[in-house]
Design a protein around this ligand. Structure first.
Ligand SMILES: [Zn+2]
Length: 51
């Protein structure tokens, strides 16, 4: 009962799970939920999900 993968149903895809983001502008990494994240350091919206 330890297997993770194949038969595990995908839930909450892009939903409430927090993801790690990296700012393309200053390189700051932070966690956020959902789309449209803004860098907490430089307030740039040019961020990418790295997790
Ligand atoms: Zn930034």
């Amino acid at each position: 009962m330890c297997s993770v993968g194949d038969s595990f149903g995908v839930e909450l895809e892009g939903g409430m799970e927090p993801h790690e983001y990296e700012c393309n502008h200053c390189g700051k990494t932070f966690r956020g939920i959902g789309m449209g994240q803004t860098c907490p350091k430089c307030h740039s919206k040019d961020v990418k999900c790295i997790e």
